[in-house]
Design a binder for this molecule. Structure first.
Ligand code: 7RM
Length: 683
């Protein structure tokens, strides 16, 4: 029961360690960058106490691969609170998509995230809600969280929600949303959080696919000072979903919103329900939740995560990758609608008995200083964000950062895309004052938790800019060539695959196990295929080159679009770039670069293009110089900030009339502007 304290008390004596500034390293271009400072490296006492011959990080890593059952078995016993112990650590047949961990074990995720901390640290803040309006944050303790989760879980049961039912959650990033997720977990219902920026159509298709009878929403959402009519959108969606029987409506603004016969006011229902709710004893492999993510086809996939394996991997990475210590305040600014919000706003921080910030706003509201003003006010030890936001803020200048006190920060994380060198340097030098560890984490909705990151590592080991570097314990990355052979050696590129199952991997695609097997396990039999390409640098360090479909072959040379982008992004006047391939008569594929300039630059478009060509020629090769460069006012991005390259590829291929569905874009109107410019300047 006191596992949490066991974990931390054994690490408390660990001495912080300062790394000397080591030699400069450049992965993709020639200008210099510095290593970030070293940081203490969280040890794994659960393993080293039982196997004292394991001394170094490499010893423990090798052990995790060679003895996965011993490794994960010990971690699972120590990290999780079980109602019944498991008898078999791992029982997997990867090629056929049978993944099973901790068979025989029974547990409940809400007990692990709430009850055990409610008993040991009831008055510690569990969640700090950083509301849209700056300076109006609210704190909720483990005791309060326990009360709310119990009440909502009881209310769900009273209103007919049952174990195994799917429940759609369509809410702003808020404690109420975390309570909704944990209340589902408590009664064994499978939650499906749908990002509250998605349209009624997108919500309806996800509710239908999951066969959800219950939706939990809020009256309204507020983001960047704008009100979003969540309840109205839910009503529109419900009209297309005859399966929906009940809609719980939480109060965010208290505004008058449309009502319907199946509404249940959430706070009233909680008030009327008992705070004590017996947690369901879930099998290790029962579904904890599903989460939709886009693939290469149009139809989003509902990836399913398990109770035990997911929670364990999420908790273990939370601690190991971010060097989490008692008293830390984890500031992940992701929305709960994405996997990062699931793993590092809700499940990871709470399972470890930590304190997590829930960020409801945007990076530029009310101004581009928002993140750092929040850091000064809430004093988080960790900041975890997305490269796209960093690039945006970098464009606005340093003073928005430097005018606020950031001395509480110890670790700066990022996730979602490659963090290019310029942004890495800015994050390290300006945001972190060169005294924080910059942790570029690579992972996917499918992996459940971080798989590549500079930490954990040997004590004080170097951190190189622009790459997630090292595999997590139990993760064995390999690179495969076109014939599915493993590529050995260093300074090589290939398809990034993971060679063995790990507890956190998604178990299936809801409603289509066959699609799961075909997407991830069949392309490279015997491996989990990530869909990404990677470069293994000297030292065995991994750098992601981009989605495999972003790898281009120009005159027989393999080229990651991210490589070219990285060089262009180094050029001061450039804010952001996206490079795609297009069919080329002679070269096989040609390169097309879309470029956004910073505000107030004085150089002409022609000068920009000439300089960039020179830079690319010098930093990569002549063949990497784009055939076309188009300066654009913006790029087509999804709401989570990923560039929709399929659209740029169509434009580059001169097929702008056949762009498919662009409704999930943050700003669909940008597409027409790009097409116009393309027609005027390139076509
Ligand atoms: C956590 C998340 C997954 C895809 C993945 C990559 C890209 C994520 C990095 C990255 C380069 C990184 N889940 N990606 N992290 N690329 N460096 N550190 O983002 O399912 O939404 O996306 O994102 O292509 O396959 S996700």
């Amino acid at each position: 029961m006191l596992n949490y304290f066991k974990i931390f008390s054994r690490t408390c004596g660990f001495k912080p360690h300062q790394n000397s500034l080591a030699q400069c390293f450049r992965a993709l271009s020639s200008s210099s960058s510095k290593y970030s400072q070293g940081a203490p490296v969280t040890p794994v006492p659960e393993i080293t106490e039982k196997y004292p011959h394991l001394k170094t990080h490499k010893d423990i890593y090798d052990f995790s691969l060679e003895n996965p059952s011993e490794f994960w078995g010990e971690i699972a016993k120590s990290y999780l609170q079980w109602m019944e112990p498991f008898h078999t650590v791992s029982n997997c047949d990867l090629p056929n998509g049978k993944i099973s961990w901790f068979e025989g074990g029974k547990l409940n995720a809400s007990v692990n995230c709430v009850d055990r901390h409610m008993r040991s640290i009831p008055d510690q803040t569990a969640l700090i809600w950083e509301r849209d309006e700056p300076g109006t944050e609210q704190r909720i303790t483990y005791r309060q969280l326990y009360d709310q989760v119990g009440r909502l879980a009881s209310a769900l049961l009273q209103h007919g929600v049952r174990r195994g039912d799917r429940v759609a959650i369509y809410m702003p990033t808020s404690p109420a949303a975390a309570v909704a997720m944990l209340a589902c977990a408590r009664i064994g219902a499978v939650h499906s959080v749908v990002f509250a920026g998605f349209s009624a159509q997108a919500l309806a298709s996800r509710v239908l696919d999951a066969g959800a009878e219950t939706i939990i929403t809020s009256d309204q959402a507020v983001r960047g000072g704008k009100v979003i009519e969540l309840k109205r959108i839910v009503d529109d969606a419900v009209r297309e979903c005859p399966s929906v029987k009940r809609v719980f409506v939480a109060t965010r603004t208290g505004a008058e919103v449309p009502r319907s016969g199946i509404d249940i006011p959430m706070e009233e229902a909680m008030e009327a329900a008992p705070a004590e709710c017996e947690p369901a004893a879930m099998d290790a492999e029962d579904f904890l939740y599903m989460l939709y993510t886009s693939g290469s086809t149009g139809k989003p996939k509902g990836l399913v995560h398990s109770v035990a394996g997911y929670l364990l991997y999420c908790m273990f990475t939370q601690k190991q990758v971010f060097d989490l210590r008692p008293g830390d305040v984890f500031g992940c600014v992701a929305d709960i609608g994405w996997i990062t919000g699931h793993s590092h706003v809700v499940y990871g921080p709470l399972a470890t008995g930590g304190t997590a910030i829930m960020f409801e706003s945007t990076p530029v509201y009310p101004d581009p200083g928002r993140y750092w003003e929040m850091v000064q006010r809430l004093r988080p030890t960790h900041f975890y964000g997305a490269p796209t936001a960093l690039r945006l803020l970098l464009k606005h200048g340093d003073s928005w950062v430097t005018k606020y006190d950031r001395s509480s920060l110890r670790v700066l994380g990022c996730v979602g895309e490659p963090l290019n060198h310029e942004a890495w340097q800015w994050y390290n030098d300006v945001v972190g004052d060169k005294r924080c560890s910059v942790i570029d984490t690579w992972w996917q909705t499918e992996t459940g938790g971080v798989c590549l990151a500079p930490r954990p590592s040997a004590e004080g080991a170097e951190i190189r800019p622009g790459m997630p570097m090292r595999p997590m314990y139990g993760i064995e990355p390999v690179l495969l060539d076109e014939k599915n052979n493993e590529i050995s050696g260093e300074d090589v590129m290939g398809a990034l695959c993971l060679k063995r199952p790990w507890p956190g991997m998604a178990r299936t695609i809801y409603g289509s196990h066959q699609r799961y097997v075909e997407t991830y396990l069949k392309p490279m039999p015997g491996y989990y295929f990530t869909g990404d390409g990677a470069h293994r640098h000297p030292g065995g360090y991994y750098q992601i080159t981009g989605r495999m479909d972003d790898v281009i072959n120009v005159t027989g040379h393999r080229l990651g679009t991210a490589e070219v982008e990285d060089v262009m992004d180094e050029y001061e006047p450039v804010a952001e770039t996206a490079v795609v391939g297009f069919p080329h008569e002679l070269k096989g594929e040609g390169l097309y670069a879309f470029i956004i300039m910073k505000n107030d630059v004085t150089v002409t478009d022609q000068e920009v293009k000439d300089t960039l060509k020179g830079l690319i020629r010098n930093n990569i090769a002549g063949y990497a110089v784009p055939d076309h460069m188009l300066i654009v006012p913006g790029l087509p991005k999804t709401r989570s900030g990923k560039i929709m390259r399929r659209i740029l590829r169509k434009i580059a291929a001169n097929q702008p009339d056949d762009l498919g569905d662009i409704s999930t874009l943050q700003d669909p109107s940008i597409v027409e502007q790009i097409v116009q410019l393309h027609r005027q300047q390139v076509q």
